[in-house]
Every structure is written in structure tokens, then in C-alpha cells.
Design a protein around this ligand. Structure first.
Ligand code: GDP
Ligand code: MG
Length: 163
């Protein structure tokens, strides 16, 4: 059985950047505009020898069909249902913001394997955010830089444990 890995979190934390790195192609749209990914995307992801299914979740900026909160919950709950492994991503440079806390609430109820990923962790600006991340209640945050490819060995361990 193929393991399904879902990348969830608020807009602009770097979910699509990680997705693209795992998939090795520019499938997910990456943009400086928060929440620019409009559709959920899935593809085969790889880290070295590991192959798995990876889901990138959309942004929630389009509030025409329900509130931001509703869309966030819908997307996240769909991903949670399908996923064996959930990567809950925050931006270590921004620290923990209220929207991260709301994601944490939804994820806590999931009863699934949730790993807290502190992205944009390259450089010293990430240190405070890494410490703050503990308060989300998912244990030790895994420092990652999706853009620079740092932390991929830790992701490898997480995914291989689920296989
Ligand atoms: P998403 O909305 O969560 O899918 O975020 P994106 O993948 O679209 O990325 C949002 C912004 O963060 C883009 O400008 C990315 O280039 C930037 N970004 C992504 N990963 C990193 C990282 O590891 N370090 C830094 N400094 N910026 C990153
Ligand atoms: Mg995106």
C-alpha cells in the first residue's frame, strides 16, 4: 500500500515549495502572494529510495464560497481523511500566528500521525519561531528549508516509519 503524505498549514508557509521539491517538478504553483495555490494537488513524491503519494493543500484566500475558516477546515479535513502522515507546516520566521493555532486545533482532533514542520528554518531568524512552535502541542518541531532542501533526512525518517 502506498503511504499518503499531506502537507497542511496556513497560506504562504511554503507547502507548495516542499511539494515541488518532493515531486521534482513544478506542479504546484509557488508565489509570493499568500495562498496562491487554488486547487489541491497530488503526485508521486520521492525522497531518495522512498516513494509515496503527496498532497498539497490549497490556499484559503478565496472566501466567496463560505468563510475562510470554513474553507480551511474543509481542506484540512479532506487531507486528514486521506493521509497516513500529516506534515503540519508553519513558518519559523514568522513564528506561531493565530491561524496556525486554529490549524493545530483541527489537527489535534484528527487522531492521526501529525508532524510539526518549521519551514524557512535556514538562518538565525528562525530560532525564535522554532522555540515558539513547541506551544502548538505537537512536540519538537522539525526544522526544514523547503527552498534550500534542508531537513530532508528528517522527512525521510518520518515517511519511512509510516511505510
Ligand atoms: P504555500 O502558500 O504554503 O504553498 O507557500 P509557497 O510554497 O507558495 O511559498 C510561499 C513563499 O515562501 C514563497 O515566496 C517561497 O519562495 C517562500 N519559501 C518557501 N520555502 C521557503 C524556505 O525554506 N525558506 C524561505 N526563506 N522562503 C521559503
Ligand atoms: Mg501553495
Amino acid at each position: 500500500m502506498t503511504v499518503t503524505v499531506a502537507i497542511v498549514g496556513r497560506p504562504n508557509v511554503g507547502k507548495s515549495t516542499l511539494f515541488n521539491r518532493l515531486v521534482g517538478r513544478k506542479i504546484a504553483l509557488v508565489d509570493d502572494t499568500p495562498g496562491v495555490t487554488r486547487d489541491r494537488r497530488e503526485a508521486e513524491g520521492r525522497i531518495a529510495d522512498l516513494k509515496f503519494r503527496v498532497l498539497d493543500t490549497a490556499g484559503f484566500e478565496d472566501v466567496r464560497d463560505g468563510s475562510l475558516e470554513d474553507r480551511m477546515r474543509q481542506q484540512t479535513e479532506l487531507a486528514i481523511r486521506e493521509a497516513d502522515v500529516i506534515l503540519f507546516m508553519i513558518d519559523a520566521r514568522a513564528g506561531v500566528v493565530p491561524l496556525d493555532e486554529r490549524f493545530a486545533q483541527v489537527l489535534r482532533r484528527a487522531g492521526k500521525d501529525v508532524h510539526l514542520i518549521a519551514n524557512k528554518a535556514e538562518g538565525r531568524e528562525a530560532q525564535a519561531g522554532l522555540v515558539e512552535a513547541f506551544r502548538l502541542g505537537f512536540g519538537e518541531p522539525i526544522p526544514l528549508s523547503a527552498e534550500h532542501g534542508l531537513g530532508m533526512a528528517d522527512l525521510h525518517s518520518i515517511v519511512s516509519e509510516a511505510i
